[in-house]
Design a protein around this ligand. Structure first.
Ligand code: NDP
Length: 328
């Protein structure tokens, strides 16, 4: 059987993570990377794959089984998602939670018209965390669910720091508060405020002569980003930033606790991720779901799906027989 032929649309952190994951999945091959930039300016790491402009996608309709969309959620995917779904099977990691229903509807319409399958909002949150919330809540129907993120880099918060006057560079880590996690694990179902769940740690490189006290104040009081959290600000050099803070780690926990029976027996379900590289992990999830999209498309299905709609066996390279023999 031939390999599943993949296209990557948008070559940033996630695009590079998807490329690395394809190399580790021997039932797949990368055919082409599509970019809005000058293709000659984008260097990829897969021999034999091409770099093409977005405008050249249609010409490769018969050469690509699944397009993995790696654009940003804020402005890229709302446009690119439905557009590409009209011509190709697609996977994406759209993560603007509040807009998922609207995005799903737009992609669904385009995918149905094009007779393609599109699996949206794939990754870890949304994605693996969503699945684990669903499994846990379906089993422990009475209880409480908690999601903690980190320790990990938040791109949005790091960008917000970098926009402050006098800041040359900076990075922000979201850190779960251990005491809160322990309290949740105890099964006491506490009500926790935003401030009680996460800390925000900022490492900032200030411009020469900048007012550090003013920068710290601007960070700690920034509405929507920092004002509802306890935030630490540490000033470091550009060299320290490069040496100690250039990776993109992330992770977190989904925990559900609940009771069953008439004696109120307690149960704890926990799913935890500790990721050295958020983009490489997210890329690996996207690639597993690309296999599912290809299989569903070959069965003649079309339209949008979320991770909730995909049977687990669809993700694996193993056949259902092999899965039953080795995994059950
Ligand atoms: P990037 O900013 O790295 O890339 C986004 C797009 O920007 C790329 O597709 C690329 O498009 C363009 N780009 C990248 N590098 C450059 C450059 N040097 N110059 C100009 N343009 C560039 O974003 P990420 O890959 O880190 O993240 C993409 C999205 O993934 C995020 O918006 C987030 O919503 C989502 N995500 C979802 C997760 C989940 O769990 N569901 C987890 C992590 C991320 P082009 O090649 O066309 O120029």
């Amino acid at each position: 059987m031939g390999k599943i032929r993949i296209g990557i649309v948008g070559y940033g952190n996630i695009g590079r993570g998807v490329e690395q994951s394809i190399k580790r999945n021997d039932d797949m091959e990368l055919k082409a990377v599509f970019t809005r930039r000058d293709p000659a300016s984008v260097k990829i790491q897969t021999e034999g794959a091409e770099v093409k402009h977005f405008d050249d996608m249609e010409a490769m309709k018969d050469e690509i089984d699944v397009m993995i969309l790696c654009g940003g959620s804020a402005t890229d995917l709302p446009v690119i998602g439905p557009k590409v779904a009209a011509s190709f099977n697609t996977i994406d990691s759209f993560d603007t939670h509040a807009k998922i229903p609207e995005y799903f509807a737009n992609v669904d319409k385009a995918a149905k018209e094009g007779k393609n399958v599109s699996i949206i909002s794939v990754g870890w949150d949304p994605g693996m965390f969503s699945l684990n919330r669903l499994y846990a809540e379906s089993i422990l129907v009475q209880g409480s669910t908690y999601t903690f993120w980190g320790k990990g880099v938040s791109q949005g918060h790091s960008d917000a720091i970098r926009r402050i006057e006098g800041v040359k560079n900076g990075i922000q880590y979201t850190v779960p508060i251990e005491a809160a996690v322990d309290q949740v694990r105890s099964g006491s179902e506490p009500e926790l405020t935003t401030r009680q769940k996460h800390l925000r740690e900022c490492y900032v490189v200030a411009e020469e002569g900048a007012d550090k006290a003013a920068i710290e104040e601007a960070i700690k009081t920034m509405p929507n980003y920092f004002d509802e959290y306890d935030t630490t600000v540490t000033f470091i050099t550009e060299e320290e930033l490069k040496e100690n803070h250039s990776k993109m780690p992330h992770g977190g926990f989904v925990i559900r606790t609940g009771e069953t029976g008439c004696e109120g027996n307690k149960h704890v379900i926990e799913y935890s991720l500790k990721l050295d590289s958020n983009p490489e992990f997210t890329g690996s999830v996207l690639v597993a779901y690309a296999r599912a999209a290809h299989r569903l498309s070959k069965k003649g299905e079309s339209g949008a799906r979320s991770v909730f709609d995909i049977a687990p066996a669809m993700l694996s390279q193993m056949t259902p027989e092999e899965l039953r023999a080795h995994m059950l």
